[in-house]
Design a protein around this ligand. Structure first.
Ligand code: ST9
Ligand code: ZN
Ligand code: ZN
Length: 329
């Protein structure tokens, strides 16, 4: 775990506690919101997501009829896709909270394709807009429009024009300059076919004789649907329920259930206050599989420059704006 000690020389400290992407400088709703145009439903997506969730329910009936190794593989593959989103699309590419060498970036791009959540480029663009314009019309999954909209509803309707207008103001230069991101974008459909559907289905069939039917429904469909919902919970549940130790004036909250389901990404009050911290949490490795993964990659020499917020800055912020804030005398 990278040190939060002010004396540490290897990682960033108090003076670098400012997010260079400017995502901790949040725009207020009154600066963005206007009369809401009615949302236009995209029926194609409604049909696809309905079928997907029905298929996931059907997959549950196959669990007693499949091999335990297939269950284990589905869980492992859940983690692979999760890490592609958390360590890859989120902490590396959206927030640049650490640096990754080319082999790790390639691995994370493949893992991110296993999650089928749009390519890295689109994912990062929407996520940066989410941080900068949080809880406004320009926030793609604006949680002030309710749990359903923040969870899945935003993928079932046309985007609010403000999302696209404000999104054009966000700098994406670093993404254009990263060949791994641009190549993944170019071959995204192929990589999804391979990583989200073919690889998870073939492995149990080839290595331990599982039926292709069971493999497909458990390791691909059920696993994909669960990863999707765990990710969406960060946008919905963790923008509504939980504690706000760092800033009680914002909606994002620390939600322990989401911490567990989303590989350590549920410390969302912390994350919106300090988006540049590679651990997305004050508590380092605790409950944080993604931070463990990044630390392991640093141990292998594939990750470096893990940014952490100093304990002093965290404490000062807690006292100034946290839920149980204590005024300094
Ligand atoms: C999915 C994403 O599920 C999930 C992301 C969740 C993020 C969570 C973050 C939480 C923190 C991290 C925690 C991780 C935890 C992980 C745990 C894991 C266990 N700025 O999009 P279009 C342009 S995806 C600027 O068609 P419509 C765009 O380039 C699921 N510009 O908008 C285009 O321009 P051009 C699978 C933007 O027509 C034009 O606008 N994917 C922006 O309104 C139109 O773009 C799907 O199901 C922007 N922000 O359609 C696909 N956005 O024409 C779902 C867009 O020039 N998406 N533009 O090319 C869609 O079908 C459509 O996007 C739509 C909107 C219907 C939703
Ligand atoms: Zn958020
Ligand atoms: Zn973020």
């Amino acid at each position: 775990m990278a040190s939060r000690n002010l004396e540490s020389e290897s990682e960033s400290t108090c003076k670098e506690d400012v997010d260079q992407l400017g995502l901790d400088d949040v725009v207020k709703p009154e600066e963005v919101n206007e009369d809401n145009p009615p949302s236009k439903i995209v029926w194609r997506n409604v049909v696809i997501f309905t079928i997907l969730h029905l298929a996931a329910l059907y997959s549950l009936t196959l669990i007693p009829r499949s091999k335990p190794l297939t269950w284990a593989w589905s869980i492992v593959y859940y983690m692979i896709a999760a890490v592609g989103v958390t360590a890859g699309a989120h902490r590396l590419w959206s927030h640049r909270s650490y640096k990754a060498k080319a082999p790790l970036r390639v691995l994370l791009a493949f893992f991110q394709s296993a999650a089928l959540q749009n390519d890295i480029f689109d994912w990062v663009r929407d996520h940066r807009v989410h941080h900068k314009f949080s809880e406004t019309d320009a926030d793609p999954h604006n949680a002030t429009r309710g749990f359903f909209f923040a969870h899945i509803g935003w993928l079932l309707v046309k985007k609010h024009p403000k999302v696209i207008a404000k999104g054009k103001q966000i700098s994406l230069k670093d993404l254009y300059e990263d060949p791994v991101v641009m190549i993944q974008k170019r071959f995204y459909k192929l990589s999804v076919l391979l990583m989200c559907f073919i690889v998870p289905t073939i492995v149990p069939w080839y290595f331990w004789g599982e039926t292709l039917w069971n493999s497909f429904y458990l390791a691909s469909i059920l696993r994909y649907t669960l990863v999707l919902n765990a990710t969406w919970l960060v946008n919905s549940a963790a923008h509504m329920w939980g504690s706000r130790p760092y800033d009680k004036t914002i909606n994002p909250a620390n939600n322990l259930a989401v911490v567990f389901s989303a590989a350590g990404e549920g410390f969302h009050n912390y994350h919106h206050v300090f988006p540049q911290d590679y651990a997305t949490s004050e508590y380092g490795l605790r409950f944080n599989i993604t931070t463990m993964f990044i630390d392991f990659m640093a141990f292998l020499g594939l990750a470096s420059d893990r940014k952490v917020i100093s304990s002093k800055t965290i404490q000062m912020r807690k006292e100034r704006t946290g839920e149980r804030s204590v005024k300094l005398s």
